[in-house]
Design a protein around this ligand. Structure first.
Ligand code: GZL
Length: 329
């Protein structure tokens, strides 16, 4: 059953503002003990970035670094190169250095309680950026980031419209154990329950990278061949890798096999213009300004919401060429 794209986007708008499931509600302010009125120039922020695995992550890092420069914040930035132990070590370094605030994008949801307790014992507030951590809510001040469940739901809604409710889908999952992978996986399946004609025939992790996305898609094609009619990729980098693998196999990505991904990075727009990608669900990496605004509020004892959600949309090939010049990542 095909529904109009405007109706689909209206449903998505409602989905953004509808009551949310397990993700923290963006309405329970978290007070932090007051400190003197600091300004950005007084602020010393430790940021434990998880890596540089995708276009999205590179844009996120640029946003954090450039905004710190513009605001005059002293930023101590450490890249964990996709290893949780390096992020934990970075947090411990920031504690020793007595930074004012610690920001991080947890590479996976679990394994943070001990080091977060150390930060709390040192009186240093933690702001989660981009990805959530599965810890008691009193161990971090606020979470700034997307509703990954809704991103997964939107990807399924878009795909159902694309394939008219009938598809044999292979799924490229993000980093195992990460909040975006867990929730995009769950959100997609939530909507698929309404479409019995859409079946996931295989699912494996491509770790959010283009290289692994290509390898996993090649393996799917070897196993299932042209029985595959659609790909759901948890990010654009893996989708671009899958596009390469589909062409190497001799099929037409975007035509023989429909592809829906997440992020809305530059590469996705280029692929849509080339007719090789059918839609990308936006996940905004440009969080620098919001992050430092929250950091300053927290240091000055102002209450902040427990969750600051990113507002996002969905992009399609029809207007990709017109929009591409306006994209900054
Ligand atoms: C999502 C972010 C994900 C992106 C990937 O907020 O954590 O990690 O979707 C990135 O591209 O690697």
């Amino acid at each position: 059953m095909k529904i109009s794209r405007s109706l689909l986007l209206f449903a998505i708008f409602l989905g953004i503002f509808a009551p949310l499931g397990c993700t923290p509600q963006p309405d329970s302010p978290a007070a932090v003990p007051p400190q003197a009125g600091k300004t950005y120039a007084d602020l010393i922020v430790g940021y434990a970035q998880l890596g540089a695995e995708s276009e999205w992550r590179v844009a996120n890092t640029i946003s954090i670094k450039e905004t710190a420069e513009q605001l005059g914040v002293e930023l101590r930035f450490l890249d964990a190169q996709q290893k949780q132990e390096n992020q934990i070590e970075a947090i411990r370094k920031f504690i020793v250095q007595r930074v004012d605030v610690i920001g991080l994008s947890p590479i996976v949801e679990t394994g943070w309680e001990e080091v977060f307790l150390e930060a709390r014992a040192a009186g240093i507030p933690i702001i989660l950026v981009d990805r959530r951590a599965a810890v008691p809510e009193d161990l971090y001040v606020t979470y700034l980031g997307s509703d990954f469940l809704e991103e997964g739901r939107n990807a399924a809604r878009v795909m159902a419209d694309l394939v008219d409710g009938k598809a044999r889908i292979v799924e490229l999952v993000g980093t195992v154990g990460s909040a975006p992978a867990n929730d995009r996986y769950a959100g997609f399946r939530e909507i698929l329950r309404e479409h019995p004609g859409m079946v996931i025939v295989d699912s494996a992790s491509g770790d959010f990278t283009r290289a692994r996305g290509r390898e996993v898609m090649a393996a799917f094609l070897k196993k299932h061949g042209s029985a595959i009619t659609a790909v759901y990729a948890h990010n654009d980098d893996m989708a671009l890798g899958a596009i390469q693998a589909i062409e190497e196999y001799g099929l037409r990505p975007g035509v023989d096999i429909k592809i829906v991904s997440v992020d809305a990075a530059r590469g996705a727009f280029e692929a849509m213009i080339a007719g090789k990608l059918n839609a990308t669900v936006e996940c905004n990496p440009l969080l620098g300004q919001q992050f430092f605004e929250l950091a300053l509020k927290v240091v000055n004892g102002e209450s902040v919401p427990k969750w600051v959600p990113s507002i996002e949309t969905i992009f399609f090939p029809e207007n990709a060429e017109e929009i591409l010049p306006t994209r900054t990542y």
